[in-house]
Design a protein around this ligand. Structure first.
Ligand code: DC
Length: 231
């Protein structure tokens, strides 16, 4: 057992298995997993429900006024992971829809939304022992994180993974639509002005197009051991 806890940042494109690796690492190390994307999704869901986001526009003025009143928490569920709560309501299932994903991608381009969520995320990681996945964790949220992973995989592989997840949840997606959504989000995530997705200089890149979960996890744990025994 490693006495001194560190923070682990897991960044990368959408649907490239960040949460699977981050959760696996957290479980193996006894760390806390935090899904930062769920926080953007929860803000988006709240905005969609209130009509502040429509397919055409976002009412930034109202969102700016209301953002301080949006409460986001994570609570353990009975299957050993965590559910996302929006103002006390369990919204774990609802935030996984394509509509919420698209809304999250859009609200995540807004500076004041990012500032509010980054502050919350930094607070959650202040005692270390956190594995957080997202887009800006290694660069903005925890630039001092001792371990940074950057995951990538081809858009087609990622779309197929998300498609399978949706089918498993009983949804009826179209592959072409899921692929288009993945590509659209990649474009928005990497080209936005506020904290675009890019690989931190000190991040370790893992292309998992052809790698299984166990193999990735094993490599990540080897890296963790190297980092923590160096200290
Ligand atoms: O990882 P995800 O698909 O749940 O993320 C949803 C959206 O939120 C995605 O389009 C990118 C954005 N996001 C972000 O900008 N920064 C983060 N740290 C996490 C997610």
């Amino acid at each position: 057992m490693h006495a001194k806890k560190i923070n682990i940042a897991v960044d990368g494109y959408s649907s490239c298995g960040k949460s699977t690796i981050a959760k696996g690492l957290a479980k193996a190390l006894g760390y806390t997993y935090i899904d930062s994307g769920a926080m953007y999704r929860a803000v988006a869901l709240h905005a969609i429900r209130n009509g502040w986001i429509t397919p055409e526009s976002i009412n930034e003025e109202v969102l700016r006024e209301q953002i301080g009143g949006i409460q986001i928490d994570f609570k353990p569920n009975e299957v050993g992971s965590q559910d996302t709560y929006l103002n006390g309501e369990n919204v774990e299932k609802e935030i996984r829809s394509l509509e919420a994903a698209d809304g999250a991608s859009r609200v995540s381009t807004i500076g004041f939304v990012r500032q509010a969520l980054v502050r919350l995320q930094q607070e959650m990681g202040k005692d270390k022992g956190v594995v957080m996945d997202g887009r800006d964790i290694g660069n903005v949220v925890f630039p001092e994180a001792e371990m940074k992973l950057f995951l990538t995989a081809s858009p087609e592989t990622r779309a197929k993974r998300r498609f399978d997840e949706m089918v498993a949840r009983g949804e009826n997606p179209r592959y072409e639509e899921v692929l288009a959504n993945v590509k659209e989000r990649d474009k928005r995530d990497t080209t936005r002005v506020e904290s675009p997705l890019y690989q931190a200089d000190d991040a370790w890149v893992l292309d998992n197009t052809h790698l299984g979960i166990e193999e990735q996890l094993q490599r990540a744990l080897e890296m963790f051991n190297k980092i923590t025994t160096k200290k």
